[in-house]
Design a protein around this ligand. Structure first.
Ligand code: C2E
Ligand code: CA
Ligand code: CA
Ligand code: CA
Length: 277
């Protein structure tokens, strides 16, 4: 038993070493990726559930690495956060997204908004608001066309600081959305105190609605409560007609998901806009 324990340990440490090595290697590639133009941004349409009209899109970053192929953001965003690279990357994504939204405006879609994911580390930078201001000025995008998505954990960690930041952003005209709502620890009563105008129900709830009856009631309650707080609700991860119908009946405002559209390249997004209302 003793010897097999020993070999198990060696096996484990070998695997651990391999995974650490992969992280370290990947970090080196990630550091070069911006200069090498290996990142690009996709845009996933969001529609008004009632009318079906496209009203905006979420910017989702992609990394096509020379060394690793296409890497999922679920893998490289955490690495970018740990290494601080998220600051440069996040700024680049916001620049791209605002520039693209300005093109939508020029294409006659003046009411389209663009939602940009902002990580905790980025949001906690004292000059974050200045950075956003700079990008809006540079791209000429109306602040009201930009929506910043933050997660619940960002809000809870440093409530006082967050409140100050949110107030400054809202003063600019930028919209704030709470992403992945329902997966963290924030309560609706906390959200009531924050200048947040949009709540995005996490896609796990939308997925579970299909099989679990009680989850449908939870989603309906979330929508009702959010409306009572005077905020807008977005459902993400809508994959079927049935989910869409339920959400419409529940009065959910906006929707996003494969049933409506996949994340699209900037070019496809332009084509999609010309085809639809
Ligand atoms: P998220 O912000 O919750 O984004 C939604 C994710 O769900 C996206 O995954 C999207 O492609 C996927 N999705 C959309 N519709 C459906 C659907 O109908 N079904 C299913 N199963 N999934 C759907 P993606 O693009 O892989 O991004 C994963 C996460 O990476 C994002 O989750 C976000 O947390 C993070 N991320 C992506 N881009 C950025 C970025 O520019 N900055 C930061 N900080 N994080 C980002
Ligand atoms: Ca998001
Ligand atoms: Ca989400
Ligand atoms: Ca998520």
């Amino acid at each position: 038993a003793k010897t097999s324990g020993g070999s198990q340990y060696r096996l484990f440490s070998k695997e651990l070493n391999a995974s650490i090595k992969r992280m370290v290697d990947m970090e080196a590639s990630l550091r070069k990726a911006l200069d090498e133009n290996e990142f690009y941004v996709l845009y996933q349409p969001q529609t008004d559930i009632e009318s079906g009209v496209m009203i905006g899109a979420e910017a989702l970053v992609r990394w096509n690495s020379k060394d690793y192929g296409v890497v999922s953001p679920a893998d490289f965003i955490p690495l970018a956060e740990q290494t601080g690279l998220i600051l440069k990357l996040g700024q680049w994504v916001m620049q791209e997204a605002c520039q693209e939204a300005k093109r939508w405006e020029r294409a006659g879609r003046a009411s389209m908004t663009v939602s940009v994911n902002v990580s905790a580390k980025q949001f906690m930078q004292p000059d974050f608001v200045d950075m956003v201001k700079g990008i809006l000025k540079e791209t000429g995008l109306d602040a009201r066309k930009l929506c910043i998505e933050i997660t619940e954990s960002v809000v809870i960690d440093k409530l006082k600081f967050t409140l100050k930041m949110l107030d400054e952003l809202v003063a600019l005209g930028v919209e704030i959305s709470i992403d992945d709502f329902g997966t963290g620890y924030s309560s609706l009563s906390l959200l009531r105190q924050l200048p947040i105008s949009v709540i995005k129900i996490d896609q796990s709830f939308i997925a579970e609605m299909v099989d679990v009856h009680s989850v449908r009631s939870v989603v309906a309650a979330m929508i009702t409560m959010t409306h009572h707080l005077g905020k807008t609700v977005v459902a993400e991860g809508i994959e079927s007609d049935q989910q869409m119908t339920w959400l419409r009946e529940m009065g959910c405002d906006k929707g996003q998901g494969y049933f409506i559209d996949k994340p699209l390249s900037a070019d496809l997004m332009q084509t999609r806009m010309r085809k639809t209302s």
